[in-house]
Design a protein around this ligand. Sequence first.
Ligand code: PAF
Length: 282
Amino acid sequence: MRVVKTIDEVRKQVKEWRAQGLTVGLVPTMGYLHEGHASLIDASHRDNDRTVVSDFVNPMQFGPTEDLESYPRDIERDAALVEAHGGDIIFNPEPSEMYHEGFSSFVDMNVLTQELCGLSRPVHFRGVCTVVSKLFNIVQPDRAYFGKKDAQQLAVIKHMVDDLNMDIQIIGCPIVREKDGLAKSSRNTYLSPDERKAALVLSQAIFMGMDMVRKGETNVSAITDAMKQHISAEPLAKIDYVKIVDLATMQQITDIDRPALCAIAVYIGKTRLIDNFFTEDV
Ligand code: PAF
């Protein structure tokens, strides 16, 4: 397992693998890896001969008041995890390697991005689409792996790959949770012990919503109101959104009469956490 800092080195390595007829999987990450990332690396290792894990805190997907500077970073810890899960390369470029001076080409999308996180974080998906396109161009993988925790991101990437005729299979992997239910996230490290306890309202609300759907409730307000009520009872929690949207369009619906996504974003103190369920999975 090697940590590689430059685009040229990644390209050279992937070319060698290709010459040997090997398949390549890519796991794009922003580092500070946890078991959720490990499950993506495991999936790539299972499906492909070689796995590249990108480890890059992408400045372009952070808004001016967001946590770019404080986002946790620890490449040595990440390298150990990637090695343990069968990854072959970590691509860990400096921002200047990814965005040279005068960089001015972007990938953007005007569908799927107007709701949920796209509404709260206006520059986010342009940054995600741009960096993921660049990573796809650099690595040219057969398959790329994304967590379903970022369900809107997964939908956006699939749409981008389809729109731009990228010959890459996009694979979504299930949410990995702590034992008590909290969805794994690099941002969980920001939480104080009291906030960590308070953060359980997210998964509790998700399980409550899933239960209602399982029992046959289709009225969106009935489900989201119950979830909001539960979250609002926690003094450290502030709701950004609790919504149910059409999975195909990411537009809000009033009744669950088609495959839908229930997604939530909640501030616990200053930390913004997300969680979700797909109605088809309950
Ligand atoms: O999901 C993430 O960690 C990031 O949005 C991604 C896909 C690595 C792009 O920076």
